[in-house]
Design a protein around this ligand. Structure first.
Ligand code: OOG
Ligand code: NI
Length: 478
């Protein structure tokens, strides 16, 4: 008998979901094949540099999934399942006002939270919960119907939940239980053959296709599973060359010749899938649903709050240029804005505190330093601290909303005369029963650990950065 650690369970869970999703949505296999080819070509061309944002083994196995649940109870249950795979909630995404279409969900991402665990297998799942209480989407009568519906359905059985709790408590499971956990957990996200209640589904769909996908059926399923590529422009061209139509654009930052930051994503539109529908007269007939699609992503360096502020301002600037007619080409406009604002080197990103890095020491450069203490920025500029990028492990609300929206044929409806219901990170933590991590804190912790180790290795005293000094001063003033 062999013991399976959480990371081994996680890697196997990702593999099994991938195999299952490939049988359900065969175009996904094409996407994975093209991604693998693109990654191999990139590796050949760039050598060791290709692996600066993750080893090729990590990147080849890397996936994110997207699932959607209906109620707080379902959200808390799915969190127990992910904990069995060493995946914990990180970040809060409110997509309700992030696009023109009605997307009535709030979300978090379950993922490993330490550098070691991420390196072993970074599987993450973007998990959305229907915002049933938001009266802009659902009137009181429908709210209570939805709540009843979610109370009655069972997405995750007792055996699965108990095994998951046991894995989490014991940091893994023995062979036999591990196999059973994996079988049940994978099965819970399989597309069900159960006929769909036609009228109920269409009633929810009139409000939002996301609402019907979540609340119109009696089970949940993988909405998409996303491989990671090292060159998303090459992937996009490769897919189009195979005759698979991609959405118009790659979402997120443009291609440019400076450092890649955050996340670039693109997708092909949902394909028609045959499903059975049950009609009010009791008859069951074939029909089609279009909800599942293929997405692919390229990951860049994680930005600090200051870097993210700059990013958001750049995005707003690109929007302005497109709106006021000074540019018609969004990629071109974005590239111009990037070139005007974003540092062209990792070293400058690091020295200006715009992105997260770990650091290695250059002893020769350090030997030439005058008497300290130094700020981190000084160590970087002198060459004594050599930055290695920390990859962005999270999501972007605007791209997420764009991905949802690109697959909706209808805008749905939203009653703007009602006030939004309150959903936030604290409430999500309460629902899940453990604190939702702040992604910035995770990146900062990793960077700080590395900076401390570097200062120790060089025997140098570090001064606080201007941001730390300011934070300390405000803290003291309070
Ligand atoms: C999730 C959409 C968000 C991403 O990659 O930004 C997402 C969904 O469609 O359920 O997966
Ligand atoms: Ni996605």
């Amino acid at each position: 008998m062999s013991f399976h650690h959480l990371w081994q369970l996680r890697a196997e869970f990702a593999r099994r979901l991938s195999a299952m999703y490939g049988t359900e949505v065969p175009a996904y296999n094409t996407l994975v094949d093209v991604s693998t080819q693109v990654n191999q070509a990139y590796l050949l061309q760039h050598g060791a540099d290709a692996e600066r944002l993750g080893s090729i083994d990590r990147v080849t196995a890397e996936r994110h999934g997207a699932i959607r649940v209906g109620s707080e109870r379902e959200m808390s249950q799915v969190a127990r399942i992910f904990a069995a795979f060493g995946m914990y909630p990180v970040g809060f995404y409110d997509l309700r006002d992030a696009s023109k279409s009605a997307v009535p969900v709030v979300s978090t991402a379950f993922r490993p939270v330490t550098a070691d665990e991420l390196a072993r297998n970074p599987f993450r799942v973007f998990t959305s919960m229907l915002a049933v209480e938001d009266p802009r989407f659902f009137d009181p009568a429908l709210q209570s119907e939805l709540k009843d519906f979610f109370d009655r359905r069972e997405l995750f059985g007792q055996e699965l939940l108990e095994l998951a709790d046991r894995a989490a408590a014991g940091s893994g499971l023995e062979e036999e239980e591990a196999g059973r956990l994996l079988e049940l957990a994978t099965g819970a996200f399989e597309l069900s053959a159960e006929p769909v209640d036609h009228d109920w589904y269409r009633r929810l769909e009139a409000i939002s296709a996301v609402a019907s996908d979540i609340g119109g059926v009696t089970s949940t399923h993988i909405n998409h599973l996303t491989p990671r590529v090292l060159d998303i422009d090459a992937l996009y061209a490769g897919m189009e060359a195979l005759g698979i139509t991609m959405i118009d654009e790659i979402q997120g930052p443009p291609r440019w010749d400076g450092p890649d930051v955050l996340l670039r994503q693109t997708s092909f539109r949902a394909l028609g899938e045959e499903r059975l529908f049950r009609y009010p007269d009791g008859s069951v007939r074939k029909g089609e649903l279009r909800v599942r699609f293929g997405e692919v992503e390229a990951r860049g360096i994680a930005l600090t709050p200051a870097g993210r502020d700059l990013y958001d301002r750049m995005v707003a600037d690109v929007d302005r240029r497109l709106q006021d007619g000074s540019s018609q080409d969004s990629q071109g406009a974005a590239r111009a804005v990037w070139e005007e604002n974003l540092p062209r080197t990792e070293k400058e990103l690091a020295a200006r505190g715009l992105a997260y890095f770990t650091f290695t020491a250059d002893n020769a450069a350090a030997a030439g330093l005058p008497q300290g203490p130094f700020t981190l920025a000084e160590l970087i500029e002198s060459g004594a601290a050599v930055p290695e990028p920390i990859v962005y492990e999270d999501f972007l609300p605007r791209s997420a909303a764009g991905i949802f929206q690109s697959n909706l044929t209808d805008e749905g409806s939203k009653n703007e005369s009602e006030l939004a219901a309150d959903y936030d990170m604290a409430r999500m933590s309460g629902i899940i029963g453990r604190p939702v991590h702040d992604p910035y804190e995770l990146y900062q912790r990793q960077q700080d650990g590395s900076v401390r180790a570097l200062a120790d290795a060089l025997g140098i005293d570090l001064l606080p950065s201007p941001a730390e000094a300011a934070a300390a001063a405000t803290g003291a003033g309070n």
